[in-house]
Ligand binder design. Structure first.
Ligand code: TXA
Ligand code: MG
Length: 322
C-alpha cells in the first residue's frame, strides 16, 4: 500500500472515530461509512443518502473473529460460509446483539454483516476500531458507485472524505443471505453466485419467505437507476426509439448492425465477471452523455448473470412505471 493512501486512511479512521462520514472502496462498490456503534453517526448516513430509515445497513468488519461481537451464530453453516468466502462479496443476516443500535438494523432483531476483500477498507476498519456501517455510496435509488468520481458526483459536497482506491474489482454488490437457525435464504443476488454457495452449504432458498418482511432488498420495486431512461434491448424497443439518440450496452460480441449513437460491449469474450466489473461504470458513463435512452442486452440467467439481470430489471422498472 502506498504511503500517501496510508496517511489518508489514518485521517479517514480519525473521522470515523469522531462520528463523521467517509466513502471508501470495497471490492463490490464504494461504501458510505460511519461508526456502526454510534447511532448519531449512522443517522447522518441516512440523511445524506435520502434513504428511508426502515432500510437497514450492512456492518463491515475486518476480522472473522469480530463476527460474534455483533451477532449470534445459530448454525455451523455460518463458519462454513465465512471460512470459504470471507473476505469477499457475501453478507450474512444474523440475530443481532444488543450493542448494535436500532438505527443500523431499521429496528429489526437481525443485523447484516460482511468482511470486504479490499485492503484499504480492511485497514480503515482496523484503524477505526469499530464495525463500519456502510450502504453503497450513492443517493437512494440511484446508480451504485464503482469509482471515487461516481461518489464525488452524487455525494461529494455532503461527506467528510472520499478514499480513492481506484475501480472496484467485482463491481456489483454482495450477495445477501438470511440465516434463520438452519435455514438459509437469498435476500439479494450479488457478487457470489448462488451455485457456489450451494456447493459449500447445500440447500439455499431463493426468495424471502415472509412476504411481509419490510426490509428484504429484493422487495424494492426499483433501484440502481440512471437518470437517463433505461430499457431492455429488444427489437421492439429499438423500433420504438429508432429516431432517438440511443446508447446500447451489449453483454458480449462485436458491434451491432444498428446505428446507435453509442455502443459499449461489457465483455468481448462473454465473461460475466468482466461484465459485472464494467456494468455500473458503463451506466455512469452513458448517463453523462445526454442520450435519449439506454438499451441493455439481457444477461444469461446463470452464475453472476442472475445478479446482473436483477440490477437491470430494477433499473428498467423505474421507467416502466413512469
Ligand atoms: O456490496 C455491498 O453489499 C455494498 C458494499 C458497500 O458493502 N453495500 C451495499 O449496501 O450494497 P446497501 O445498503 O446499498 O444494501 C444493503 C442491503 C439493503 O437493501 C438492506 O435492505 C439489506 O442490505 N439489509 C441490511 N440489513 C438487513 C437485515 N437485517 N435484514 C434484511 N435485509 C437487510
Ligand atoms: Mg445500495
Amino acid at each position: 500500500m502506498i504511503e500517501q493512501i496510508r496517511d489518508q486512511i489514518s485521517k479517514a479512521a480519525e473521522i470515523i472515530r469522531r462520528g463523521g462520514l467517509v466513502a471508501f472502496p470495497t471490492e463490490t462498490v464504494y461504501g458510505l461509512g460511519a461508526d456502526g456503534l454510534n447511532p448519531v453517526a449512522v443517522a447522518k448516513v441516512f440523511e445524506v443518502k435520502n434513504r428511508p430509515t426502515f432500510n437497514p445497513l450492512i456492518l463491515h468488519i475486518e476480522n472473522k473473529d469480530r463476527l460474534n461481537t455483533v451477532c449470534e451464530i445459530p448454525t455451523d453453516k455460518v463458519y462454513d460460509l465465512i471460512n470459504e468466502f470471507w473476505p469477499g462479496p457475501l453478507t450474512l443476516v444474523l440475530p443481532k446483539k444488543s450493542n448494535v443500535p436500532a438505527i443500523v438494523t431499521g429496528g429489526l432483531e437481525t443485523v447484516a454483516i460482511r468482511m470486504p476483500d479490499n485492503s484499504i477498507a480492511l485497514e480503515l476498519i482496523r484503524q477505526s476500531d469499530t464495525p463500519i456501517a456502510a450502504p453503497s455510496a450513492n443517493l437512494f435509488g440511484q446508480l451504485s458507485p464503482t469509482r471515487a468520481v461516481h461518489v464525488q458526483k452524487q455525494l461529494g459536497e455532503k461527506i467528510d472524505m472520499i478514499l480513492d482506491g481506484g475501480k472496484c474489482s467485482i463491481g456489483i454488490e454482495s450477495t445477501i443471505l438470511l440465516i434463520e437457525n438452519e435455514e438459509v435464504t437469498v435476500l439479494r443476488h450479488g457478487g457470489i453466485p448462488v451455485e457456489s454457495l450451494r456447493e459449500v452449504i447445500g440447500e439455499i432458498k431463493l426468495f424471502p419467505k415472509k412476504s411481509d418482511r419490510p426490509n428484504a432488498p429484493g422487495q424494492l420495486p426499483f433501484h440502481y437507476s440512471p437518470q437517463t431512461p433505461i430499457l431492455m434491448l429488444t427489437l421492439e424497443n429499438i423500433e420504438k426509439h429508432k429516431n432517438q439518440k440511443i446508447g446500447a450496452i451489449f453483454f458480449k460480441g462485436n458491434y451491432s448492425k444498428f446505428n446507435f449513437a453509442r455502443e459499449i460491449i461489457l465483455s468481448r469474450n462473454g465473461s460475466l465477471s468482466e461484465a459485472a466489473a464494467n456494468l455500473f461504470s458503463t451506466l455512469h458513463k452513458l448517463d453523462d452523455m445526454q442520450l435519449d435512452c439506454i438499451l441493455v442486452e439481457p444477461f444469461p440467467p446463470e452464475g453472476l448473470g442472475v445478479a446482473l439481470m436483477d440490477r437491470i430489471q430494477k433499473a428498467v422498472a423505474k421507467f416502466e412505471v413512469g
